[in-house]
Design a protein around this ligand. Structure first.
Ligand code: ZN
Length: 476
């Protein structure tokens, strides 16, 4: 299995792009940041997503200065009213495993050169905001991602909150490599000094270096997420050291099972439970990879690629590494893995291991923002209740990231990251797709605004399709 190689290729490539002038939202974002507006959502059903998950029918929420000012209290005179009748309000959604497109140099570098492909941050972040995703966890962060985040923080772009994890691998590849415990510790200290908030451990690390990285990260107050390195093959239990805080894919476990048995699923769940290691299953990615290994029709027929930058559309169809390995044995194994992943989630739920929603968005065919709704459906298919699936994308990510006092529930004093839905997601998880509007850091983005922006983005992608061909990327 070439997961590591494939994933590395994708990480290296999932860093890209976009030059598109989409100034209308930028202006309004800046404007709204300068002159805080008070909003009141009236007569809305609030799904608070607190631990007790109270649902408050026909309620009023007031938003001021980026925060929820009050719930079911008086409405200030100047408030702009949003009619919430028949609608459902829940906390903004989180995707806990993404790879964002950002500026990159695809050709030969020289001092002062900079990137050759530039990412329009607003166009890219629109994919999240239009889907109600207001927090994302970037799992192979680079300096360009700090830049993107600052554009959002400055109010130039409406986008999600972004947590940044610094990826450390072993072996002889490119990127941040550590092959001895002292290199591992030093790499963690450098990441901390540069402002990264989390560490991601990767498949090629050797055992001693992996353990040293996790120990150092704990000393630096950085939580650790990641893969279970290949060096632990056959002795997975040794990877569960204190402060290994989250496994980034269900298949990190699936790879360790010879027969994909329920006994293995339960054994893995116990390991995670005992060690306090959470799980981001990324069921969507595995399903998508399995489908692409079989055929690219799934990507051709996806409803969303029209919003994806033309270079990535071209890459997914013309340079698809998953589709190059189509032998029947591999397809059969991937199919076994996708079904095992669902049973694994159920075993983890039974064992009481917290599960958070993540998609690995940026992998070919896994579209930023849209994929989170696919993931929620798959989590429910795996056996989570609708409420548990919603918690996996709201309160629990906030808790793992250490910002549960700021986001993740609808409560007075929390940041106004909210999704207004036209139907109740507690009745049917598919209803998370029926978005009527989104508050991102107190900025209201209505359904109409979203649809205009998406139309503009689609138009730009169509007009610029021929300019961005994957095989010519180094010519830019
Ligand atoms: Zn990933």
């Amino acid at each position: 299995m070439k997961y590591k190689l494939l994933h590395t290729i994708f990480v290296l490539c999932s860093v890209i792009l976009i030059t598109c002038g989409c100034s209308s939202l930028n202006q309004s974002a800046t404007h709204e940041t300068q002159q805080p507006v008070i909003y009141a959502i009236k007569n809305v059903n609030i799904i608070t997503m607190t631990v007790k998950n109270q649902v408050l029918k026909n309620s009023t929420v007031v938003i001021r200065d980026k925060k929820i000012l009050s719930v079911n209290e008086s409405i200030p005179d100047k408030a702009k009213i949003i009619n919430g009748s028949g609608k459902w309000l829940l906390p903004g959604l989180s995707d806990m495993h993404v790879h964002n497109l950002a500026d990159i140099n695809f050709s030969k570098a020289y001092p002062t050169k900079g990137a050759t492909l530039l990412a329009d941050t607003q166009n890219f972040m629109l994919l999240y905001i239009s889907n109600g995703v207001t927090t994302v966890f970037e799992l192979s962060a680079r300096v360009e991602h700090f830049g993107q985040r600052n554009e959002i923080v400055k109010g130039k772009v409406i986008g999600p909150r972004i947590a940044l994890a610094f990826l450390i691998d072993g072996g002889s590849g490119s990127g941040n490599i550590a092959n001895t415990p002292s290199e591992g510790r030093q790499t963690v200290r450098i990441a901390k000094a540069q402002g990264y908030e989390f560490i991601k451990v990767y498949s090629g690390l050797n055992i001693d270096t992996y353990k040293a990285i996790i120990e150092e990260a704990a000393q630096q107050g950085m939580k650790v997420v990641g893969h279970i390195p290949n060096a632990f093959r056959g002795k997975i239990e040794e990877a569960f050291v204190p402060h290994f805080d989250m496994v980034a894919h269900a298949e990190e476990y699936a790879k360790e099972s010879k027969d994909f048995s329920d006994t293995d699923a339960e054994r893995f769940a116990q390991l995670a439970k005992t060690n306090g290691t959470w799980l981001t299953p990324t069921l969507t990615t595995m399903e998508s990879i399995a489908s692409q290994t079989h055929s690219l029709d799934g990507i051709r027929n996806l409803p969303y690629p029209k919003y994806v930058h033309p270079l990535m559309q071209d890459k997914w169809l013309t340079a698809n590494n998953y589709n190059r390995e189509t032998e029947p044995k591999r397809i059969a194994r991937l199919n076994h893995m996708t079904s095992f992943n669902l049973r694994l989630v159920q075993a983890f739920k039974k064992a009481g291991v917290p599960i958070v929603a993540g998609t690995d968005a940026g992998v070919s065919g896994v579209v930023w923002g849209y994929s989170l709704h696919d993931e929620l459906e798959l989590l429910v298919k795996a056996g989570l209740s609708n409420e548990e699936a919603l918690a996996s994308a709201t309160r629990l990510p906030a808790t793992w990231l250490g910002i549960a006092d700021k986001i993740g529930t609808v409560e007075t004093g929390k940041f106004a990251d909210l999704v207004l839905l036209e139907a109740n997601p507690l009745e049917n998880i598919k209803n998370t797709r029926k978005i009527s509007g989104v508050f991102a850091d107190g900025n209201w983005v209505s359904k109409e605004k979203i649809s205009t922006m998406l139309k503009n983005l689609e138009q730009w992608n169509i007009e610029n399709k021929d300019r961005f061909l994957w095989k010519k990327r180094s010519d830019y």
